[in-house]
Design a protein around this ligand. Structure first.
Ligand code: ARG
Length: 252
């Protein structure tokens, strides 16, 4: 009985999940989901268009697939659900490929690597990362920063906010002692509030970014990875990287 039951479950789970590549090519449009509050990866410009490193990379992907690109902005936390529900084909949103998430989405190869670190209020008394335990730590809901803060700082009071900007503001005003987030964001927030914040530049977790598609769509993952290989090999990646980060990409 066990075998047929498992087969039924497998069929049910897969039912309705057409291979993404087929859908995209037929539609002639690749629909990418992102939360545009994460410069330089994705943000809204003055015209309200979603722009950034991820979006330029997605444009190249669409071009390689021979389709148009449509970008859907939505809260970061809702991206996996939108993907599962078929509203989007792909998540490109500075998303860290972490094992927990790989249970609900399938990740491409890595296209950027960073770490988590802390933005702290100047009056917080935090000199090194370990001092943050027992303090008030702002976290953005649904992000790796929130998960890692919970694991690392067991005695801390976590203050969750849906928006990154709110987390940084809490620290700048001293309502929170610290904010744990991706390093490039932490550096940017410190630059905006140099008098009231400091960066504790200790890497607290590795954050490899990848694109995410529907769980188990191995064909699409293969296509994403062959795109990434070509994109790196022909120099487009290095060019984009320099444009956004002002330096050549790290050697691999
Ligand atoms: N890298 C972090 C994570 O995966 C934060 C990503 C936030 N991205 C965004 N577009 N808002 O949880």
């Amino acid at each position: 009985m066990r075998g047929p039951l498992l087969l039924c479950l497998a069929l049910l789970a897969g039912c309705g999940d057409r291979p993404t590549l087929e859908t995209v090519l037929e539609r002639g449009v690749l629909i990418v989901g992102t939360e545009p509050e994460f410069p330089p990866f994705e943000s809204k410009n003055e015209k309200g268009e979603i722009v950034g490193f991820d979006m330029d990379m997605a444009k190249e992907l669409a071009k390689d697939l021979g389709v148009k690109l449509r970008i859907e902005g939505m809260p970061f936390e809702t991206l996996p659900t939108a993907l599962r529900g078929g509203q989007i084909d792909l998540i490109v949103s500075g998303m860290t490929a972490k094992p927990e998430r790989a249970k609900t989405v399938s990740f491409s190869d890595i296209y950027y690597e960073t770490v988590l670190c802390l933005l702290v209020h100047t009056g917080s008394g935090i000199e090194k990362a370990a001092d943050a335990d027992g303090k008030r730590i702002a976290v953005k809901t649904g992000t790796t920063g929130a998960d890692v803060a919970k694991e690392l700082f067991k005695k801390a009071t976590l203050i969750p906010f849906p928006a990154e900007g709110a987390c940084a503001l809490e620290v700048a005003t001293g309502r929170a002692d610290a904010f744990l987030y991706d390093r490039h964001s932490i550096l940017r927030h410190h630059k905006n509030t140099p008098d009231t914040t400091r960066v504790i530049d200790e890497p607290l977790n590795a954050e490899p970014y990848a694109m995410a598609c529907r769980l188990g769509d191995t064909e699409f993952v293969g296509r994403l990875n062959s795109f990434l290989r070509a994109f790196r090999a022909d120099g487009r990646y290095a060019k984009l990287y320099e444009q956004y980060f002002g330096e050549p990409p790290p050697a691999r």
